[in-house]
Structure formats: structure tokens, C-alpha cells
Ligand binder design. Structure first.
Ligand code: H2B
Length: 96
């Protein structure tokens, strides 16, 4: 059974709780950019996110350029944003 997409109202409420995060232009993903002092800190953060992702079996789309990390969260199985993305965004915030 595929996981459900959050409703627009649920996504709006979620974003209220996640300063710095925004809706992707198509409304199907959450996006956030992070900046660290250097590559080592950025990669250490990515390692923490990767360990969460493997445990949760939910994986980010992301990019890294030196001290910057861009993260996009969407649930392929839901065709948009699901509770798994909400949980992951909150977990990421707790890792900073
Ligand atoms: N990650 C994300 N972001 N969305 C998914 O739908 C997803 C995933 N599905 N990681 C998982 C893996 C699925 O492919 C496995 C088989 O559970």
C-alpha cells in the first residue's frame, strides 16, 4: 500500500514548523539549503543524514558544493510530500 501524500493544508502547517524550508515550485517537494564553515562540517552533516536515510529507508535528493548542502525531500511512492518527508525534515533540523 503506497504512503499517502500530505494535503496542501498539512504541507502548509508543516512549513510553519520548519523555518528555512520551502515548497519546490511544483509543490511536490520540500527544499532547504544549508551552509557550513567548511567541507568537513558539510560532509559530517551529510553522513548523519545518510545514516538516518538508510534507517528510515527514505532518501534525500541532494547536492553538495564545498560548504553548501542542498536537500530536496519528496516521496516517490506518494508522488509528492508525505509524512516521511515531514519526519525527515524534522530529524535533519535536529542534526544541525
Ligand atoms: N526515498 C524516497 N525519497 N522516496 C521513496 O518513495 C523511497 C525512498 N522509497 N527510498 C523507498 C526507498 C523504496 O524504494 C524502497 C523499496 O522501500
Amino acid at each position: 500500500m503506497p504512503i499517502a501524500r500530505l494535503t496542501d493544508a498539512e504541507v502548509a502547517a508543516l512549513l510553519e514548523d520548519l523555518p528555512g524550508w520551502a515548497l519546490r515550485e511544483d509543490g511536490l517537494a520540500l527544499e532547504c539549503g544549508f551552509e557550513f564553515d567548511d567541507f568537513s562540517q558539510a560532509f559530517s552533516f551529510m553522513t548523519r543524514v545518510a545514516l538516518y536515510a538508510e534507517k528510515a529507508d527514505h532518501h534525500p535528493e541532494w547536492s553538495n558544493v564545498y560548504n553548501r548542502v542542498g536537500i530536496t525531500l519528496t516521496t516517490h511512492d506518494a508522488g509528492g510530500i508525505s509524512q516521511r518527508d515531514a519526519d525527515m525534515a524534522h530529524a535533519i533540523e535536529a542534526m544541525l
